[in-house]
Write a protein of this length. Structure first.
Length: 334
């Protein structure tokens, strides 16, 4: 019997100047060289930590770039860690001017289409944003996915909150218009930064996606709201396909470490995966430099002590505040 494969993947889609949308966390459009360099650098701590704690998993980097387009340090890292690069076009791209930000996010569904044709029946797939660090083995997560079919990250339940241009009640209105039925339970928002599926669930998503995608494109032309990013569609597909859960909430947390908003609590450092959106050009950059040419974690205690200090997990020290302030000033000058 073939041994099931656990896939760990992340991705980067480089936008052209013509299609570039805004990335608020970086203060730049997706076509900028700064955005490109930052996303290349954070692949280093991502794959080093995920591979270190999951050595038997198969790692894939999806991109519209070719292997030769990647920086030399990343090519060397991928060879050392046996990370596969898959060059994949963006067929689920929304129309020009669809929304102001994050217009590469629907690339997730191209990844799911590709993996649906590649995976075996008992294989599992984790698609994670690259601004994450893996802190421990994800074997329990993959076993839960193999048993339950999926692991989703329930992030927003506030029905008044505007989530990238739409509220949860408005998402329910669109759901009813598309499927002609009422949702069984109130819609919640599942973050797209960390999703895991079994092969058969991916097949079901791939089969259901075109109907919702086509309906959404038409709906958006006639109404003041629409599904603007991949997690909006995922939230509705989860209800439609009866795959709703909050399993991933036990494994990952979106940790904000900005000077104006910090949601990190004591013991958050024990989450298997840290999602660190604010740290792309700060703590994760420092880890990229720390890992350097060795591309390895030689001493776990030392590494995580420095990782916590750099990223502010579980608390932000004075040295990090000063370093982050200097980074902000440097970015403004640049």
């Amino acid at each position: 019997m073939k041994q099931p494969v656990d896939y760990i993947t992340t991705w980067f889609y480089k936008e052209s100047k013509d299609e570039a949308s805004f990335y608020p966390q970086l203060g730049q459009k997706g076509s900028s060289s700064l955005v490109h360099s930052i996303y290349m650098q954070i692949q280093v701590p991502f794959f080093v930590t995920f591979k270190h704690y999951n050595p038997d998993a198969r790692c894939i980097f999806f991109t519209n770039l070719t292997l030769e387009d990647l920086p030399d340090y990343l090519i060397r890292l991928f060879r050392k860690l046996n990370v596969e690069t898959v060059t994949l076009p963006y067929s689920c791209k929304p129309p020009k001017g669809w929304y102001t930000a994050w217009q590469n996010q629907f690339y997730l569904y191209d990844i799911l289409k590709y993996m649906g044709n590649r995976m075996g029946e008992e294989d599992t797939l984790l698609v994670s944003d690259a601004d994450c660090l893996c802190h421990t083995s994800l074997a329990p997560l993959f076993e839960e996915v193999r048993k339950n079919g999926s692991a989703l990250y329930e992030f927003i339940t506030d029905r008044k909150h505007i989530i990238n241009g739409i509220t949860l009640p408005q998402m329910e209105e669109l759901y009813r218009a598309c499927y002609g039925k009422k949702e069984m339970n109130p819609i919640t928002y599942y973050g797209g930064e960390f999703v895991a599926f079994r092969k058969d669930v991916i097949d079901r998503i791939n089969k259901a996606f075109p109907e919702l995608w086509t309906f959404n494109l038409e709906y958006g032309r006639k109404h003041p709201f629409k599904l603007n990013e991949e997690a909006h569609l995922l939230s509705l597909l989860a209800e439609h396909l009866h795959i709703r859960n909050a399993i991933a909430n036990r494994y990952v947390k979106r940790m904000w470490t900005t000077p104006h908003f910090n949601n990190v609590q004591p013991n958050d450092e024990n989450f298997p995966v840290w999602h660190l959106p604010y740290e792309k050009k700060r703590g994760l950059y420092q880890l990229y430099k720390l890992i350097g040419k060795d591309s390895d974690i030689t001493n776990e205690n030392v590494f995580w002590q420095k990782a916590g200090s750099y990223t502010g997990i579980p608390c932000i020290n004075l040295k990090k505040r000063i370093r982050d302030r200097l980074t902000t000033l440097w970015m403004k000058l640049k």
